[in-house]
Write a protein that binds this ligand. Structure first.
Ligand code: PBG
Length: 325
């Protein structure tokens, strides 16, 4: 018999050599923790569809932010849940609204140690649960929504946000927010655009996390899962409108879009491992069907390998702690 002249297995023989030739690795600095904070809560409220994740009180949010900074995370992405919701999402632009208060709290706690980010969208604040305001016929009104996003961006900036994440998929949203921020002297507040955001079934658990009242779906504004090129076009427009980073969301089912974006654009690419991706891992692990820690690591590494340099994940703290130990 002849011997193989090429033996890729040589570079896998032991942990030391595998570590040496690893092409990608995770680092706490590129992980962002999404956090839910709910108005009026005294104690954190655990989410049944996302074991291990809670809605926070303002106090527990402050502690979480301090812990995240201590672990060297890259940032924290805040989602606010108001007690009262209305048709235009008034709570989003109220300086005393829960999200704006939370941003101010977190900035006070961590200063510039963490990038403090906020989801810029109305769905947590509207009683109908859509990401924008509605026409009398009940359609999501793109341009009327842009005015609300512009005001929300300014309110968040006044509260001290470092970076806003417009996630409503309205046409022109990045330009509207950029113009409003610049007009008020907030040139240094950056924009992480949820550029390629798909109408995904995997957002399911998030609905519980933000007490969403949405009936129906978001398919007239979020993208069709069938489309890849459309996602690139969306991101291209966002960059032209002034996005500093662009994001693909969800991550795992859209790694092809992440890879194409990383090839094509020079801005940092982010990807969001969303609620349903988290819950799937938790559910399978709880049943003993997969090895939890390995699955978490592998899922994040695959996002990194696809080309995202920034990863939003509910596992950010746990992974950062494991990377440090
Ligand atoms: C919109 C928004 C959503 C998520 C982040 N921002 C929900 C949606 O678009 O339906 C989902 C995040 C997750 O599922 O973890 N404000």
């Amino acid at each position: 018999m002849s011997f193989p002249s090429h033996r890729p297995r040589r570079l896998r023989v032991n942990p030391a050599v595998r570590r040496l030739v690893g092409e990608n690795r995770l680092h706490p600095a590129e992980l962002i923790l999404p956090v839910f904070v709910k108005e009026g809560l005294q104690e954190p409220h655990p989410l049944s569809a996302m074991p291990g994740v809670s809605q926070h009180s303002r106090e527990s949010l402050r502690r979480t932010a301090a812990e995240a900074a201590g672990l060297g995370l890259g940032g924290i992405m805040l989602f606010g849940i108001p007690t009262a919701k209305d048709a235009v999402g008034s709570g989003a632009t109220d300086p005393d609204g829960i999200l704006n208060q939370a941003v101010a709290d977190v900035r006070k706690e961590v200063g510039d140690e963490l990038v403090v980010m906020a989801d810029l969208c109305l769905d947590e604040f509207t009683d109908h649960g859509h990401c924008g305001v509605l026409t009398p016929e009940g359609a999501v009104d793109n341009d009327a929504t842009l005015l609300r996003y512009a005001d929300m961006g300014v309110a968040l900036a006044e509260a001290g946000v470092h970076m806003v994440g417009p996630s409503g998929m309205m046409d022109g949203q990045v330009a509207a927010v950029r113009t409003a921020l610049d007009g008020k002297g907030f040139q240094d507040v950056s924009i992480l655009a949820y550029g390629a955001k798909y109408a995904s079934a995997f957002y399911g658990p998030f609905r519980e996390a933000v007490d969403s009242s949405l009936e129906g779906d978001r398919r007239t504004y979020q993208q069709d899962p069938a489309n890849g090129a459309e996602g690139l076009r969306e991101m291209e427009l966002d960059i032209a409108e002034g996005a500093d980073l662009v994001m693909v969301k969800p991550a795992m089912s859209y790694l092809d879009v992440v890879a194409r974006a990383a090839d094509r654009f020079d801005v940092p690419i982010a990807a969001y491992q969303i609620s349903g991706e988290y819950s799937m891992i938790e559910a399978a692990a709880a049943n003993g069907w997969i090895d939890r820690e390995r699955a978490i690591h592998e899922s994040l590494l695959s996002i990194r390998r696809a080309g995202a340099s920034v990863i939003l994940t509910y596992y950010a703290m746990e992974v950062a702690a494991a990377l440090r130990s």
